[in-house]
Design a protein around this ligand. Structure first.
Ligand SMILES: Nc1c(NC[C@H](O)[C@H](O)[C@H](O)CO)[nH]c(=O)[nH]c1=O
Ligand SMILES: CC(=O)[C@@H](O)COP(=O)(O)O
Length: 148
């Protein structure tokens, strides 16, 4: 295992800290190296993952951030585009990604959920890395070429 990338949106710094600490706790418990990159808002997360992947072959990524406020078209669009962008990268590059980005009505609610969401995102990324490693050890050829 090389390294996992953590991308953190810091617009809501307290929630971002709680998410990131939970992610790093899981990675450290599992002896996994990581690198962190911070962006302002969750909208920037897919581009940040893509830019980082151009520079290094990460084994996986964990993306974290929160949208705080009453639901409206702007927040929903930011969330949907972020989720779509992250999932497009994950599927296109077969890159294990844990998604720890969520909406809450206020900071208190966000803080209440952040640790569980960060932990779950990290564990889901590790789960996908294990599945990928398993397939690669079963079929140690170059794959079906489906995505070439
Ligand atoms: N309202 C929230 C945002 N909005 C900012 C966007 O994500 C983006 O940074 C901006 O539109 C510039 O491209 N981001 C969050 O992470 N959380 C929010 O509650
Ligand atoms: C474009 C934005 O960042 C977004 O935060 C605006 O959100 P709101 O419409 O809830 O003020």
């Amino acid at each position: 295992m090389n390294k996992v990338l953590i991308v953190e949106a810091t617009l809501h710094p307290n929630t971002a800290d709680a998410l990131s600490s939970a992610v790093r706790f899981v990675l450290e418990q599992n002896g996994i190296e990581y690198e962190r990159v911070q962006v302002t808002g969750i909208f920037e997360i897919p581009a940040a993952v893509s830019i980082a992947l151009d520079a290094f072959d990460y084994d996986g990524a964990i993306v974290v951030g929160s949208l705080i406020g009453q639901e409206n078209i702007t927040l929903n669009t930011i969330y949907q585009e972020c989720a779509r962008g992250v999932n497009d990268i994950s599927i296109h590059f077969s890159l294990p990604i844990g998604f720890g980005i969520f909406m809450a009505e206020n900071e208190a609610q966000a803080l209440e959920q952040a640790s569980v969401i960060g932990k779950q995102a990290a564990l889901c990324c590790l789960e996908l890395i294990k599945i990928k490693n398993l397939y690669q050890s079963f079929h140690n050829d170059s794959g079906s070429g489906y995505k070439n």
